[in-house]
Ligand binder design. Sequence first.
Ligand code: SF4
Length: 433
Amino acid sequence: MTDSPRTRETRPAASASAPQGRPAQGKIRSTKPAQVRPATEGWTQQKDAEGRPLLQFASPKRGKPPVHLADLTPAERTEKVKELGLPGFRAKQLSTHYFRHYTSDPAEMTDLPAETREQLVAGLLPPLLTEVRRLETDRGDTIKFLWRLHDGALVESVLMRYPGRITLCVSSQAGCGMNCPFCATGQAGLTRNMSTAEIVEQIVRANRLIADGGLGGKKADDHSMERVSNIVFMGMGEPLANYKRVMDAVRSMVAPQPDGLGMSARGITVSTVGLVPAIKKLADEGIPVTFALSLHAPDDHLRDELIPVNSRWKVDEALDAAYDYYAKTGRRVSIEYALIKDMNDHGWRADLLAEKLNQRGRGWVHVNPIPLNPTPGSIWTSSEKDVTDEFVRRLNDAGIPTTLRDTRGKEIDGACGQLVATTEDEAASAAMA
Ligand code: SF4
């Protein structure tokens, strides 16, 4: 029997770049010396024609989804309604049905003349998402939706009830071109960018389900009207690779009703693996969304393998851009860190991360480690509890507020890095087509 790479002693060459004064690694991890790397686990980085890690920034050309009310500005909606030969104020009425009552059903639009409803809906509210599957946890307070888009592409969103808030994890692309080795979505490649309305429709459909009492976990004596309060762009896709449509969707989310969903920008988290020019652009938008950088490693030596986009923008560049986001917006930045056993969970990496964050200032950042959710067939597993606790402790001790993130949705493959259509999903979609 050959040695497993995980049990072999493979001390990281990365320690050469460790900051001075850090204890020797052997003292920290005397019982867990392994340094697992994607390459030693059998991962082969695909390369582009120039020999650089393969990344897909441009969306493959596919038939565009039909234009929808949520793709248009309020002025464009009015124009479109006039083009249909109807008075412009009907656009506002239609927006009210969509953004306040979460409906695209003409039968429910009783304030509109019967003869114009079908025409308005056909012209401005074409169907965008067909529900293929819905998976719920036992209590029904976490629901994963599998949607089929007009061209057959599959995407997912996950709805989660927490005390005092309801969060929807949305997809921004079908697939993803960032090719992160530990991520199921990344392994499937990029199918295409989602349209603005396809992104918004995920929220409208979730709100409709909540309004109909479909999300579990509500207390029997709670009769409040509920809807999605928080959005995290942590479903399928790299949001900043689909920048314009994602930002137009955010504008629709924060626009007051009935022009949009009237959500608070602070409840919207836009995440990225580190597309630095787009982070800079986001900081200049003047929309105070929460910004999250999915870092996953504080050293380029490992991050080059773990997050292939690191070949374009290094750890320090991404952290500088994240700090600038804080400096410009005053919004505290989140650093996401998936803890992968023996890969990136070493105590010295927690120290290095704290050092790099503290070098840039105090009070600007919060770290959210999350034990990796192993994907089906994955060769990587989540860090053990004692290692996770030690990682969190070191960051907190260094003055970096750090909170271990909940792995809600794990049992239905609805956690970060797990949103990918399975062969069963494909079969269910094909059966409906
Ligand atoms: S981790 Fe995020 S950026 Fe990386 S491949 Fe997965 S979805 Fe894309």
